[in-house]
Design a protein around this ligand. Structure first.
Ligand code: AHM
Ligand code: MG
Length: 349
């Protein structure tokens, strides 16, 4: 299917209403998406202010950055983006609870909104500002989110209620704050891109049915970790680098933004493989990237666009989660290239 550009402006709201009429989405889930994407617009405004808004640099006190649950220094914008998403979702009535990269534990909505907002049917997970080490140098960052159903009868969900495999996701998306602000969304019926029209303040459908080419000659990895990689990754990348005269029979180009949203946006647009493999530095933690609010939503978006996503050994969406902040190795993008990476894992163990 060739991506098809609509000729007249077609808003996210209209898209969601038509998906509801087609029976693809319930009204309360549609409204939840509206709330989350409205928060993303707000984050886009904060990110866009840059140095003028006093929002760059580390959170915490001068010389002592605050540290999140991952043991990473928080940027001011990490904290702002997290607050914006929490505040926007506190009173909507669509959520039973939410969980964030920036918070140790999930929060039941009843604790966020003790004045009696009703608990809804869904669980929201997000990385409020992915790639935030790039903020201070004006490189694209983004918000990643995933929506699960709250288990039947649970009104005050705890962390364990979020531990559902990625196949259970109802919605996955990201918003990338770069030269323009783009929302990429799936509700399980294709992956679609919406560009923020800053003049009217609304997301407009710009690509319906994104398709990732099956073949690619572009890979994304942090090459500085090469000496720490395990044998399958060593063998795979050695063959990519060998080029036309090597076993893969073609030349490969490499790109690494170090913002997952930007790297994934590139491959959704023109193909490629994105990888963050196990290495000696992150092996004890299980990987670098987080399953529940980074790997799983990206895996759903990529699969819905005809690509593939794997840990190297298992389809990403079928991993049984064991923790809210669990980490996994990640390979996702052009189908044939992800399958090649998986083959190296089978053959070089
Ligand atoms: P973050 O969620 O703390 O921003 O970390 C995730 C980011 C990804 O966006 C990116 O792919 C990776 O970390 C970059 O890692 P590295 O610093 O090894 O290049
Ligand atoms: Mg992240």
């Amino acid at each position: 299917m060739t991506p098809n550009r609509p000729t007249s402006p077609y808003s996210l709201t209209r898209f969601l209403i038509e998906e509801e009429r087609a029976g693809h989405i319930r009204p309360d889930l549609r409204l939840l998406i509206e709330v989350v994407t409205r928060a993303c617009k707000r984050i886009s405004i904060e990110v866009g202010k840059g140095a003028l808004g006093g929002v760059l640099g580390d959170a915490g006190t001068p010389g002592q950055a605050s540290i999140n649950v991952q043991g990473e220094a928080q940027k001011k914008l990490d904290v702002i983006a997290n607050d914006v998403l929490m505040e926007a979702n506190a009173w909507g009535g669509h959520l039973a609870g939410l969980a964030s990269e920036e918070m140790d534990h999930s929060v039941p909505i009843q604790d966020l909104s003790p004045d009696g907002s009703p608990a809804g049917n869904y669980l929201l997970l997000f990385d409020p500002l992915d790639g935030s080490s790039n903020i201070d140098v004006n490189i694209s960052v983004g918000t990643i989110f995933s929506v699960l159903r709250c288990p039947e009868g649970v009104t005050k969900p705890a962390d364990e209620h979020y531990l559902q495999p990625g196949t259970e996701q109802l919605v996955a998306g990201y918003c990338t704050y770069g030269p323009n602000t783009t929302l990429v969304l799936t509700i399980g019926h294709g992956t679609h891109a919406f560009t923020l029209d800053r003049e009217i303040g609304s997301f407009t459908l710009t690509t319906r049915g994104m398709r990732i080419p099956e073949e690619t000659q572009e890979f994304a990895v942090n090459m500085s970790n090469q000496r720490h990689w395990q044998p399958p990754m060593q063998a795979y990348v050695a063959d990519l680098l060998a080029g036309k005269t090597g076993p893969r029979g073609k030349d490969f180009n490499m790109r690494w933004v170090a913002s997952m949203v930007a790297d994934v946006h590139r491959l959704l647009t023109r193909g490629g493989i994105f990888s963050y493999p196990l290495d000696a530095k992150c092996a004890a933690k299980g990987g670098k990237l987080r399953l529940m609010y980074e790997a799983n939503p990206m895996a759903m978006l990529v699969e819905q666009a005809g690509g593939a996503a794997s840990t190297g050994r298992q389809r990403m969406l079928e991993v049984t989660p064991t923790g809210l902040h669990q980490r996994v190795p990640v390979f996702l993008g052009s189908r044939n290239e992800v399958e090649a990476a998986v083959r190296y894992h089978r053959e070089h163990d």
